[in-house]
Write a protein that binds this ligand. Structure first.
Ligand SMILES: *Cc1c(COP(=O)(O)O)cnc(C)c1O
Length: 355
């Protein structure tokens, strides 16, 4: 592969102190992390080291000007205990789509996958095997120049670390259709996983939560009329034998789970349609009873049903017509494929080689 990876392993594991049945999402970290650095010319200094703080200059450019991007993915085990990744090359490609838009160095896709393979192999004992649980992987990259000027950094750091997780949301969600704030703008960075998108979403999300909702259902930034996505997940509706999801634009994050869900639904014989979905269409589908299901999808959240939504002070309860057959079947099939309990006709599962 051409990249040397050095290992500095912990002598003592932290794993004994973890209550795997009650981990809080993102609060427990495994023993190790992977680091690589870009010196302005090339990536190198690849290493697996004990998980811990990074020394940073106060002038670190990512902290001031936001050149910081991330990915989210999960590792599983099959029934024999072999560690598995799910569609890692898709995350590698998407990281570089984000990198190009943010004017950052790209990270070699083979090195991305190798880094995660090595890290997951070293910390494989941390992969939970209970249904719904997994090892969440957080690769990210940020600008490391210590320079006050506003210009693209010349140096970057890529880091990956892991958290054992159980299900993220365990109940159906109430969402607020946002008609004041926007998550992203045409020509902007909504299609990237850049850190600033999440900072900008915190106030609208907090306001929605203060009103009793779980999440924001974002609408287009021009008319606040067309559905976009939900918090940090993509959204779907089912009417008749058709699965609908908003068509991708530069204000939408192209979820890998979104893509998996569309392919699975098509394999179940559903018609899959990517098109603009207006709030009027959604409301009409509730009123005339044709809306069978509404759900959201993402790596961290998996597949979660929506039990109702609010729009301009009016609440639409989806429970009377709720039929969660498709989302339940998709989640079950996806879990079975990811843990190799079912065959993988799409070639999504990536076994982690022993190192
Ligand atoms: C990560 C993310 C998603 C879901 O993407 P997956 O690849 O399915 O995890 C959807 N929307 C936003 C804004 C995201 O950041």
């Amino acid at each position: 592969m051409g990249f040397e990876v050095k290992y500095e392993l912990r002598g003592d594991s932290n794993i004994g102190s973890v209550d795997f049945d009650n981990v809080q999402f993102g609060r427990v970290f495994t023993d190790h992390m992977f680091i690589a650095e870009y010196d302005g010319q090339q990536w190198g200094d690849c290493r697996i080291v004990p998980y811990g703080p990074l020394p940073l200059s106060p002038a670190t450019s990512a902290l001031h000007y936001g050149q910081s991007i991330f990915e989210g993915m999960k590792a599983f085990k099959d029934e024999a205990g072999n560690p598995l990744l799910f569609r890692p090359y898709d995350n590698a490609r998407r990281l570089n789509i984000s990198a190009r838009r943010m004017c950052m160095a790209e990270f070699p896709e083979d090195l991305f996958v190798e880094a995660l393979e090595r890290l997951v192999w070293v910390d494989r004992d941390w992969i939970p095997t209970k249904p719904g649980a997994s090892l969440y992987l957080r690769p990210f990259m940020f600008a490391t120049d210590d320079f006050l000027g506003v210009r693209p950094s010349t140096r970057y750091m890529f880091v990956a670390y892991c958290c054992p997780v159980v299900a993220y949301y365990s109940h159906p969600l109430k969402v607020k259709v946002e008609d004041k704030y926007s998550r992203a703008a045409p020509g902007g960075v909504g299609f990237t996983k850049c850190a600033g998108n999440y900072g900008a979403a915190m106030l609208p999300t907090k306001e929605a939560q203060d009103e009793g909702y779980d999440q924001v259902l974002w609408t287009d930034p021009v008319e606040h009329r067309f559905l976009e996505e939900t918090g940090t997940t993509n959204c779907f509706l089912v009417r008749g034998n058709t699965l609908f999801t908003p068509a991708l634009t530069d204000t939408l994050l192209p979820g890998i789970t979104r893509d998996s869900v569309m392919k699975l639904a098509a394999s179940f014989g559903l018609h899959v349609s990517e098109e603009p979905i207006s709030i009027e269409t959604l409301k009409a589908a509730v009123t005339d009873g044709s809306l069978k299901e509404m759900f959201i999808t993402g790596t961290a959240a998996t597949v979660i049903t929506i039990k109702g939504f609010g729009h301009r002070g009016e609440y639409f309860d989806l429970e009377p017509q709720a039929d969660h057959n498709l989302s339940a079947r998709i989640l079950k099939t996806m879990d079975a494929i990811r843990t190799r309990k079912e065959s993988d006709p799409f070639g999504w599962v990536h076994p982690v080689p022993a190192r």
